[in-house]
Design a protein around this ligand. Structure first.
Ligand code: 5AD
Ligand code: FES
Length: 354
């Protein structure tokens, strides 16, 4: 039965007020065909975002420092089984000069992202993190280097890392197993997230939207997981097929579903940090701008050196692979201002996250 616009608008209002809906109501809202209701969802998410963060958009400088990876996630272009990937590693000096350059450009958060590369063992990572910490005591250091053991996370934290991004990818165990080879474990991923939180990291999790095998009820499980885990950040972006993976011929996630989820998450966890991701900007030329208007409040321009950017190809047609950092930040600021917002350069520490 088709329901009235008012019915869906009531769901939005109740979600905003109580930060909750029933499983069935979440699904109804995410899949409804009512354009006016979806616009209302966007409007409320934007209002909540503006109440907390005003028109500010936080910048995080992304340094993709290695595309070696020991994992073989079925969706990812840099999985170890992809023999066509042109592998690279930045040296410690390369990474430090990326940070210095980023600092000059005004960045105060550096996100070190890489595949699970055994070369970057605890000793090497601790050295890198401590050197950045020494050079830039006023900056936040975010790591996004996958699953490790708790002692390892603890060492990196003690060396000066503050934040950690590890997407859960999907909160449904069977779906997780469908997306990953059997060597990988859903329970271990969840344990990592728990460990990171216990150590004291500000933690970001997140999922791909429209990944192969994803069902409507999986979205509800993701939202329930976010409610209970209470991450500081939620990174979501559409799944985009990569030609050298077994999901090459699968369809990509949609802009519409990604935007709806951004808005629902903004209402569910009002002060969470929500990036408008590169993947969203890849499937739609103004996807990141649309994301900001749907409740996102973070963008992560690429600070990696120009000559390695096109090698960090998680999916096809990734944007920002040709630009130098300064160009990327200029482009991003212009895009953000065009929709009436302003990038600010700060750790965002004046905000209380929970
Ligand atoms: N499409 C979209 N996102 C992807 N990621 C990896 N491969 C893809 C893809 N094909 C995302 C995963 C990972 C993050 C670094 O990039 O969610 O956690
Ligand atoms: Fe990277 Fe536009 S934001 S080039």
């Amino acid at each position: 039965m088709i329901k009235e616009t008012e019915y869906y608008k009531d769901l939005v209002d109740r979600l905003e007020k109580t930060k909750d809906l029933s499983n069935e109501e979440f699904t109804e809202l995410l899949f409804c065909d009512d354009k006016e209701a979806v616009e209302y969802l966007t409007e409320r998410a934007r209002a909540v975002r503006e109440k907390i963060y005003g028109k500010e958009v936080y910048l995080r400088g992304l340094i993709e420092f290695t595309n070696y990876c020991k994992n073989n996630c079925k969706y990812c272009g840099i999985r170890c089984g992809n023999k066509n990937a042109d592998r690279y590693r930045l040296s410690k000096d390369d990474i430090l000069s990326c940070c210095d350059m980023g600092y000059e450009l005004g960045f105060r958060t550096f996100v070190l992202q890489g595949g699970e590369d055994p070369y970057f063992n605890d000793d090497r990572m601790v050295e890198i993190v401590s050197d950045i910490r020494k050079a830039h005591p006023d900056c936040a250091i975010t790591l996004s280097i996958g699953e490790r053991e708790k002692e390892s996370y603890q060492k990196l934290f003690d060396a000066g890392a503050n934040r950690y991004l590890l997407r859960h990818e999907t909160a449904n165990k069977a779906h997780y197993e469908y997306l990953h080879p059997k060597e990988m474990s859903f329970d271990h991923r969840m344990q990592c997230l728990k460990d990171l939180k216990e150590i004291g990291y500000q933690v970001g999790c997140g999922m791909m939207i429209g990944s192969p095998g994803q069902k409507p009820e999986h979205f509800v499980e993701d939202l329930r997981f976010l409610q209970s885990f209470k991450p500081e950040m939620v990174g979501i972006g559409p799944f985009i097929p990569h030609h050298d993976t077994e999901f090459a011929n699968c369809s990509a996630g949609t802009v519409d579903m990604t935007l709806r989820l951004l808005s629902v998450i903004r209402l569910l966890l009002p002060d969470v940090l929500l990036p408008a991701t590169t993947a969203l900007g890849t499937i739609d030329p103004i996807g990141r701008e649309k994301g900001i208007l749907a409740g996102a409040n973070v963008v992560m321009p690429n600070l990696s050196p120009g000559n390695v950017r096109e090698k960090y190809l998680l999916y096809d047609n990734k944007i920002c692979t040709g630009d130098e950092a300064a160009e990327c930040i200029r482009c991003m600021s212009a895009r953000v201002s065009k929709v009436g917002y302003a990038v600010i350069i700060s750790r965002g520490d004046h905000i209380s996250y929970r």
